[in-house]
Ligand binder design. Structure first.
Ligand code: 5GP
Length: 218
């Protein structure tokens, strides 16, 4: 006799595969703080810890914020297919562990990736059912102010990041949803709404985005 899943014991009920959320933003849009706030709001979400060759910052913890590895280790991992995606961002390599993400999704966990637009492109190709979200700053001035607030970076780095940010923002239309980080609390609840299934309300196609995008990208 076959046992239908409805009658089967708890241990034999297979959890549905989890959902994958990909969040990207230009540098200085407040993505890291927003993701942190979202994770507090939704502790059930699992955050994928990336690998990077970038030096560890004073406030960062190895294996919590990133797996900090040397170039050789990173290259070996890339060559042996250990990454779901990987990219070079600001002179350093970053990559998402395939095994980590696959295991979590398989266990039915919803997984969050905080990566750059290049990585998001690769994830969309590898996992077309993912939900991708792009965060925009409310203005160029706000973007620059936020880049200056990060004391670990030099003026030269800030100027370059600002130029790069404008390039990054030109990829906004590749994402399913767009969130504007003007009011932090509002942006956090917008992200939470998307994770709860309201992607449509934050569609990249909503007309009110146009004037902001014109100002940001002009
Ligand atoms: P940061 O060095 O400031 O932590 O991050 C720099 C950029 O790299 C950010 O846009 C961040 O989202 C991105 N990033 C972090 N981890 C990954 C990753 O695993 N893959 C890709 N493609 N980008 C990442």
């Amino acid at each position: 006799m076959t046992v239908s899943p409805r009658c089967a014991g708890k241990e034999s009920v297979k959890k549905l595969r989890g959902q994958l959320f990909v969040i990207a933003a230009p540098s200085g849009a407040g993505k890291t703080s927003l993701v942190r706030a979202l994770m507090q709001h939704r502790p059930d979400l699992r955050f994928s810890i990336s690998y990077t060759t970038r030096p560890q910052r004073p406030n960062e913890v190895d294996k919590r914020d990133y797996f900090f590895v040397d170039e050789r280790t990173f290259e070996q991992m890339a060559a042996t297919g250990k990454f779901l995606e990987h990219a070079r961002v600001f002179d350093h390599h970053y990559g998402t562990s395939k095994a980590q993400v696959e295991a979590l999704l398989e266990q039915g966990e919803n997984v969050l990736l905080e990566i750059d637009w290049q990585g998001a492109q690769q994830i969309r190709r590898a996992m077309p059912t993912c939900h991708s979200i792009f965060i925009l700053p409310p203005s160029r001035e706000a973007l620059e102010q936020r880049l200056r607030g990060r004391q670990s970076d030099s003026d030269e780095v800030i100027a370059r990041r600002l130029r790069d940010s404008i390039g990054d923002m030109s990829h906004w239309a590749e994402f399913d949803a767009v969130v504007i980080n003007d009011d932090f609390g509002q942006a956090t609840s917008d992200l939470a709404a998307i994770v709860a299934g309201e992607t449509r309300r934050f569609s990249r196609q909503r007309p009110e985005l146009r004037p902001l995008l014109d100002r940001l990208l002009s």
